[in-house]
Write a protein that binds this ligand. Sequence first.
Ligand code: ZN
Length: 81
Amino acid sequence: MPLFEYHCDPCKKDFTLLQSSDINKEETVCPDCSTPAQYKFSSFAAKVHGSIKGKAKPVTENDYPNKDVFKLPIPRLRSEL
Ligand SMILES: [Zn+2]
């Protein structure tokens, strides 16, 4: 069964769905916000299997569109003040 890559604009994220190849891609929506998703490409599950490890890498600042969020001071707990 092929995997389909989609991108969601409001969530600014990519996600992969395992769908039958006769699915209507135009009707696929984001699982988080239900916005119609942008279809990117498809690949077969067997091929993608080897790269799952790479996809599970920790989130870095490159994953954020607004990198300034990393320059903000880290909030402290009230009890630490
Ligand atoms: Zn979304």
